[in-house]
Write a protein that binds this ligand. Structure first.
Ligand SMILES: [Zn+2]
Length: 647
């Protein structure tokens, strides 16, 4: 099994999918513009972010105090990365020109030694590199490096790459084991992923080695972060860090010794993504084994059925095995994006397609739920059960917003969704040494070379409705192969190539199709009949409850279709679920699922009483479920994924 899958050239991929095409189309049409106005404080009725303003001050174009959260610069970097991917997708419009101008500004803001961070440059130059636990300097640098690598690869323009290299060179000088160097590492991982991308673009080995240093130094004794926190005394940015525990930033022990998904979920996913990259680059088996252990702990014990992770609103973190509360769950959109990043790398590292089952779960459910169909409202937190009137201040659900928001004061998620959707092609296809890999069944076209073979492929997917996927492939120059992932949700299925049924042999989750020169038609049929799922008995929250899925999509009940008090609903486990025609107000023409259920109401308690003698009445009701990712697009109200079962 050849490992080391390469990412495809996004310029040669076009998304034509009914569902994802609608979101991807919004990027150039709306999302980049909307986010640009937010970053430049030009959006009417929206709180200023000061993002570009801060760069102007750092560049000496303006005077003033630097405002916004300490890592505000990252919003611009992620936006820039989204522009790069959108240029590749041919949907950036005039944003390339805006991006070029903003790159000039970023370059102007950079100090002569390579330092770049508007907070510390303007507000606290004497505090540079002194508060790694809270300051997010390396995290911010990592996002700049990711943006730079993408922008350079796609446009060929070197300006931002030069900025990133200069900054990375400085980081390589400042941090390390040498005398006079800071023996520290980031309080929020991300620079590792950025450095590795920079290495892959420039071939500069020291960037890769620096990323390895950060991973290997983390959590060693004497513990750098513990000592730094003691040195600094009081928290500087986040009062809640007063009782900082090292597990929060995965620095309680070296990453290669870790076995569980712990601490702040986004931090953990960015760290694990870097670990998987390093395991691949250095063929480091120990690191690979640690990645597998963490992945298994996360996906088998600490992940929601929607691919949401980080179940606690308290510090956005993983808690303990099977602790998956539905209403108060956190499930930050960025954390599921991080899961996608980690899973993609694990598939490349191990050659196993099954990692993409969870990438798919996160993408189709939590990540897509993070944005509305219009492309201008966002969820940061993605619980599986919402009663809007309980999501208020001073409740356990105060972190939950029952309605997507225009923006956030900590706005990591919206630009993260934008860059993910704008680069969707990298999750659909990958390039092996002798095969084109298909990991997701999202309608699209790709043209690419595999060795000396050229392949032009068109995929038309009806996965989410009938489960059928049609692929046309034109091969020239030499014969080649397709490696097609067989999704974990499909218990049966068949494959036809050029009209003849194939005896399917699945190896590491893939089927391999040898394609001779010429044109081929491939027909895949997966089982996407609606199915009810139960949780492991240890998930007390879901005891006696069922969740409905169709293919990779989790479905939910919304007040819009079913009235309020969704918690009164019971469903027989044998109930027949029918796929019916889509609701035109939702994206992607996805079927609506209908089935019978019951409402169990108490009629023994009078209106102005809180408790009374039991007297229940059971009423039959027709229920209508829609994809979880689409909830809160038609109206505000209650939402429920896990429904009580009648056994
Ligand atoms: Zn976020």
């Amino acid at each position: 099994m050849p490992k080391k899958l390469k990412k495809p050239d996004l310029k040669r991929i076009r998304i034509t999918d009914e569902l994802f095409g609608q979101y991807a189309g919004r990027i150039g049409e709306k999302i980049l513009d909307y986010q640009w106005k937010i970053l430049t404080d030009e959006l009417e009725g929206s709180e200023p972010t000061y993002c570009i303003e801060n760069f102007r001050i750092a560049a000496g174009e303006k005077q003033g105090e630097r405002k916004g959260v300490v890592f505000q610069d990252t919003d611009l970097y992620k936006w820039l990365e989204s522009v790069a991917f959108s240029i590749a997708g041919g949907m950036a419009g005039d944003f390339e020109e805006k991006a070029d101008r903003v790159i000039e500004l970023i370059a102007k803001a950079q100090e002569s030694d390579g330092y770049l961070n508007t907070y510390f440059q303007i507000n606290a130059p004497e505090r540079k590199w002194k508060n790694l636990a809270e300051g997010h300097e390396l995290y911010t640098a990592g996002h700049m490096m990711e943006a730079a690598a993408a922008y350079y690869v796609i446009t060929g323009k070197e300006k931002i790459l030069e900025v990133a290299k200069k900054n990375a060179d400085l980081i390589c000088r400042v941090f390390g084991k040498g005398e006079g160097q800071v023996h520290g590492y980031p309080g929020h991982e991300e620079v590792e992923v950025g450095l590795i991308k920079l290495y892959r673009v420039t071939g500069e080995k020291k960037y890769l080695e620096q990323a390895r240093y950060f991973i290997d130094e983390r959590g060693t004794e004497p513990n750098y972060l513990r000592q730094e926190i003691e040195r600094n005394g009081q928290p500087e940015f986040f009062p809640e860090f007063k009782n900082y525990d090292l597990e929060y930033s995965q620095s309680h022990k070296p990453p290669r010794e870790q076995s569980e998904a712990v601490g702040h979920a986004v931090r953990d996913m960015y760290m694990c993504s870097a670990m998987a990259d390093l395991a691949e680059e250095y063929e480091d088996k120990e690191l690979e084994t640690a990645c597998v252990r963490i992945w298994n702990n996360m996906t088998k014990r600490r992940m929601y059925i929607t691919g949401g992770i980080g179940s606690s609103g308290f510090r956005e973190r993983f808690t303990t095995d099977y602790d998956l509360p539905n209403a108060s769950g956190y499930c930050e959109t960025c954390a599921s994006i991080g899961l996608m990043m980690f899973g993609q790398r694990m598939a490349s590292l191990t050659g196993k397609a099954s990692y993409y089952d969870e990438v798919e779960r996160a993408l189709y459910n939590t990540v897509l739920a993070g944005i509305n169909i219009e492309g201008n409202r966002y969820f940061y937190v993605n619980p599986l059960e919402v009663v809007p009137e309980f999501c208020t201040e001073h409740t356990a659900m105060q972190h939950v917003k029952a309605v997507r928001q225009k923006w956030f004061s900590v706005a990591c998620c919206p630009p993260n969704i934008a860059r993910t959707l704008a680069s969707l092609g990298q999750y659909i296809y990958a390039l092996g040494e002798d095969a084109l890999y298909i990991h997701q069944f999202i309608s699209s076209t790709i043209s690419t070379s595999i060795g000396s073979a050229e392949i032009v492929l068109e995929m038309n997917s009806d996965l989410l409705d009938t489960g059928r996927v049609d692929i046309k492939a034109a091969v020239s120059g030499k014969e080649t192969s397709l490696m097609i992932r067989i999704p974990g949700f499909s218990e049966s299925g068949n494959v036809r190539v050029d009209e003849s049924e194939l005896d399917v042999k699945v190896s590491d989750g893939y089927i391999r199709l040898e394609l001779s020169e010429g044109t081929h038609s491939i027909e895949l049929k997966f089982d996407t009949a609606p199915k009810w799922f139960a949780a492991n008995n240890n998930v007390r929250e879901d005891a006696g409850k069922m969740a409905l899925m169709k293919g990779p999509l989790v479905y939910c009940l919304e007040e819009e279709d079913n009235g309020d008090h969704l918690s009164e609903i019971y469903v027989e486990q044998s109930t027949e679920v029918k796929a019916e025609k889509p609701d035109e107000r939702l994206a992607g023409k996805l079927p609506v699922l209908k089935y019978k259920g019951y409402r169990v109401k108490s009629v023994g308690v009078e209106n102005n009483e809180l408790y009374g003698e039991v007297k229940f009445r059971k009423e039959e009701t027709e229920l209508r479920a829609v994809p979880y990712s689409q909830w809160n697009n038609r109206s505000d109200g209650e939402m429920l994924v896990w429904q009580k079962a009648v056994v």
